[in-house]
Design a protein around this ligand. Structure first.
Ligand SMILES: Cc1cc2nc3c(=O)[nH]c(=O)nc-3n(C[C@H](O)[C@H](O)[C@H](O)COP(=O)(O)OP(=O)(O)OC[C@H]3O[C@@H](n4cnc5c(N)ncnc54)[C@H](O)[C@@H]3O)c2cc1C
Length: 495
């Protein structure tokens, strides 16, 4: 087959950013086609493996409409634990984790459009539940049914609105006219090649995290063999197609989101009813200590909220000998219920530190016990409180420890081996605040938009949890609206 399909707006990908774009464009009245590389049964992208999205809120009154069906006891408990998270807090968190490198204009669009985008999603039937894990200032609500539930809701909405989805359809190139306007997408399907012609195209097909060659080229050779936390489909095709069409690369192409994962996590995940994306995540490290195979600590585990550190910790783990580390806890951590989600974790337990080190395979046992004893001696006596930045720190050790420092002196001791898990890469295409892709010559490429992880410039070296999904909806929605408007102003016959 070498067929041709004509429509108004073409959206490449079927993750959260893509479906936000498709629904927004259809809402404006455009005919919309979605092209998705994955088979239908594994649709949803990394978005289907997620938990929450980060948006500002003023208090319970604003959150209540998002939480239908939540038992009143849970709502009361939540009301006791949460405060407010302002747009300024959000902006400051973005700038603090990226060391001021996030594009201020794009960051501003994200923080100002986040809450309206959540209300828009709610108008399409998306619902949330309270986040039951340790409360933090942001991400106090999670998707009802997880990312899988969110994506199924998006697919249902898109279908109801009349968006056509083509699965097993991989975009392989952009079609352009002699003036440089993007006029369509060339695809490879299971039946052969097909050209989709449209008046505006939204690229929302993820970053290059699943492409070992691109990872090695941009992030460094150590990244070639890392395990993926998500889908194997995000091989940077949209970025490559965009660059081939003259788009400007933007943002941090040499950094990424990567977090500590169970040693035995599979090499990737695909969406499905039984798959919970965070099953393999090992995120209780701010409360214990992390050591490498030499028995040494290598980061401040409690630098700040977990949601503001976890995305850079995968990189730190990968840099250790054999690219692995061990998270160490004792009985107190169990009693305080700060080890969460480790029920089926790869782990070891022992009544002495020496035996734990032996089981973990740390060759220099005395180096390990020395690390623990030195850490214990450095812990300051103030009160431990997992619900706030408690300032319970250490004095006189390197790396320092800023919060939640508890001595490891109460057996049994537990140790969990972790490796680096790649989530997504930060480099992308330059877009305007209207989500139009910018040419290397500085002007927006006619007919071309980008959303989701394809947008460059927001994240550098680190990232605040929940912001990927939120940026996906915000820029997806903006790109869909503007793509529809452009489609109405462009005559298909001229393509
Ligand atoms: C396990 C896990 C948990 C996470 N948890 C959170 C969380 O709780 N909160 C949060 O904000 N972020 C989270 N993230 C990050 C989040 O998944 C991303 O920020 C978000 O999904 C990006 O959305 P997207 O639409 O750009 O990409 P995706 O959802 O990955 O969608 C991209 C789609 O494009 C398709 N595609 C790729 N190439 C092509 C092609 N050539 N042609 C056609 N289609 C193509 C893919 O198959 C995929 O369906 C998590 C990620 C993982 C892996």
């Amino acid at each position: 087959m070498d067929g041709e399909v004509r429509t108004q707006v073409i959206v490449v990908g079927a993750g959260n950013a893509a479906l936000s774009a498709a629904v927004a464009a259809r809402e404006r009245g455009a005919d919309v086609v979605v092209l998705e590389k994955a088979p239908r049964q594994h649709r949803g992208g990394n978005s289907a493996l997620t938990v929450h999205m980060r948006f500002p809120y003023d208090g319970m009154d604003e959150l209540m409409p998002l939480l239908p069906g939540t038992p009143s006891t849970d709502l009361r408990r939540m009301a006791d634990r949460i405060g407010r998270y302002t747009r300024a807090d959000y902006y400051d968190d973005i700038m603090s984790v990226t060391e001021g490198l996030s594009d201020p204009e794009l960051a501003e669009v994200l923080v100002t459009q986040a809450a309206p985008a959540v209300r828009w999603m709610s108008s399409y039937g998306h619902t949330w539940i309270p986040t039951y894990a340790n409360p933090v200032s942001a991400n106090v609500v999670s998707f009802n049914g997880g990312g899988y539930g969110l994506q199924e809701q998006w697919f249902g909405t898109a279908e109801k609105l009349g968006v056509s989805a083509y699965y097993n359809t991989s975009a392989i190139g952009l079609l352009q006219d002699s003036q440089g306007r993007v006029t369509g997408v060339r695809t490879k399907t299971s039946q052969g090649y097909c050209n989709f012609r449209g008046r505006a195209i939204v690229l929302a097909c993820g970053s290059f995290e699943s492409n070992p060659e691109m990872r090695a080229r941009h992030l460094g050779p150590d990244w070639k063999a890392v395990k993926l936390r998500g889908v194997p489909y995000n091989t940077g095709d949209g970025l490559t197609m965009g660059l081939e069409s003259g788009a400007m690369p933007y943002g941090s192409w040499s950094s990424c989101h990567a977090s500590p994962q169970d040693l035995n996590r599979p090499p990737f995940d695909v969406p499905g009813l039984d798959i919970r994306g965070d099953f393999w995540s090992r995120y209780s490290y701010p409360f214990g200590i992390m050591v490498n195979l030499n028995g040494h600590r290598f980061i401040d585990e409690g630098e700040t909220w977990r949601g503001l550190t976890y995305a850079k910790i995968g990189r730190a783990v990968l840099a250790q000998p054999q690219g692995m580390a061990f998270q160490i806890f004792d009985r107190k951590h169990r009693q305080l219920e700060v080890i969460r989600g480790y029920e089926k974790a790869t782990g070891f337990k022992a009544n002495t530190l020496q035996n734990l080190a032996k089981q973990l395979g740390i060759p220099d046992i005395s180096a390990f016990t020395h690390t623990v004893h030195t850490f214990n001696a450095a812990v300051q006596p103030c009160e431990f409180n997992p619900f706030r930045l408690d300032g319970k720190s250490t004095i006189g050790i390197t790396p320092p420890r800023s919060n939640w420092a508890l001595p490891l002196d109460a057996p049994p001791f537990e140790g969990f081996p972790v490796v680096c898990g790649m989530t997504f890469t930060f480099g992308g295409l330059r877009v305007t605040p209207e989500a139009r892709v910018v040419h290397t010559m500085g002007y927006p490429i006619p007919g071309l938009y980008a959303a989701g992880e394809m947008v460059g410039g927001l994240w550098h070296g680190n990232y605040p949890s929940g912001a990927g999904m939120m940026a996906g909806t915000v820029f997806g929605r903006i790109s869909g609206v503007n793509a529809a408007e452009e489609a109405f102003q462009t005559h298909l016959s001229s393509l």
